[in-house]
Design a protein around this ligand. Structure first.
Ligand SMILES: Cc1cc2nc3c(=O)[nH]c(=O)nc-3n(C[C@H](O)[C@H](O)[C@H](O)COP(=O)(O)OP(=O)(O)OC[C@H]3O[C@@H](n4cnc5c(N)ncnc54)[C@H](O)[C@@H]3O)c2cc1C
Length: 296
């Protein structure tokens, strides 16, 4: 028997600016009572086109396993088809059936900044109670159990878009874990508390004060880091070029095995999530599959 695609409308019930650049949005919607949860849980959000009060969704055939839904989605006229973007479940409240997502604002969604913000960020910048999005996921097939109980040092590195996932991972760490996190944010006021039972040391890297270095501030900071031990496992997420450089550094300079690094490019400089994968993206996807194969 096939599982129906995990698609449902989401209705905004709360909006709060938790830092100058981060908007925390809480949603209600169908299916949040039986919602599967795990740390670092990603889902796709669908954003309405101009003039629509809710994203237009295709009809799902009753026996659909997700593929036919996606084909029907792609067959919608482009100017009516919702924008689809990846986000992280920051929290799920199983009692009140609420879902929380933290949206980082970038580009001209922020006063005084240049560069065109994408549709997800434009939506988040003006989100209000009663607004409607849709979700695709989370799908249990994408749940990746991470080795958070690995003995030895765990290394986390990412930018502000990785903070929701990193916060959910910090909350899930066992009390015995020893971890260090490097987090790049725009400035000091973007720091967020990371709750954990584990021994976690967080190094905040502020873009506004960082010296110029090849690969950007996060890469420079991790390269220069005097870690107490060689990491037993590393988790990397954020701007794709920085993630690639960090992974190369860990493989080449710090001697980590490929299957001890979990890495995801969350966004690409000058490219939107609608743009096709580059050669580098495809090579990275192949390496990820190969590493998963070796680990399995
Ligand atoms: C698995 C996964 C989980 C993610 N979780 C989160 C999350 O919880 N919260 C969150 O805020 N983001 C998260 N992201 C990142 C988010 O999906 C991207 O930032 C996305 O591009 C935002 O869509 P958009 O419509 O605003 O911009 P797009 O239309 O995709 O891009 C428009 C322009 O904005 C630029 N851009 C995109 N993101 C940024 C950025 N952060 N800083 C500067 N420029 C940018 C692009 O280079 C492009 O030029 C996640 C991504 C992945 C893959």
């Amino acid at each position: 028997m096939s599982t129906p695609p995990p698609v449902a409308l989401l209705h905004v019930t709360g909006v709060r600016r938790i830092t100058p650049r981060t908007v925390r949005v809480t949603f209600a919607g169908d299916g949040l009572d039986t919602f599967p949860t795990w740390p670092d849980q990603q889902l796709k959000l669908l954003f309405p086109r101009p003039g629509q009060s809710a994203p237009r969704l295709p009809e799902a055939p009753a026996d659909d396993d997700g593929m036919r839904w996606y084909q029907a989605f792609l067959a919608l006229p482009e100017d009516e088809r919702p924008w689809m973007r990846s986000y992280t479940v920051r929290a799920h409240d199983p009692v009140r059936h609420r879902l929380t997502v933290d949206f980082v604002l970038h580009g001209d969604a922020l006063a005084g900044q240049s560069g065109a913000a994408g549709p997800a960020t434009r939506w988040a910048a003006t989100a209000a109670v009663g607004d409607t999005l849709a979700r695709y996921g989370p799908a249990a097939a994408y749940a990746r159990p991470l080795p958070l109980d690995t003995p030895g040092l765990l290394l986390f590195a990412g930018d502000e878009t990785a903070l929701p996932a990193l916060a959910s991972l910090a909350e899930a760490l066992p009390a015995t874990a020893r971890a260090v996190a490097y987090v790049e944010v725009a400035a000091a006021e973007e720091e967020q508390p990371l709750a954990t039972r584990a021994g976690l040391t967080v190094h905040w890297v502020h873009r506004d004060r960082a010296p110029a270095g090849p690969g950007g501030p996060l890469v420079t900071a991790v390269r220069a880091a005097r870690l107490p031990a060689t990491p037993a496992f590393a988790w990397l997420a954020g701007e794709a070029g920085a993630v690639r450089a960090l992974r190369r550094h860990l493989l080449t300079d710090r001697g980590l095995d490929t299957h001890r690094i979990d890495f995801t490019g969350y966004w690409r400089r000058s490219l939107s999530q609608d743009d096709a994968p580059t050669e580098e993206d495809l090579a990275e996807a192949r390496e990820r599959l190969a590493a998963a194969g070796e680990a399995g």
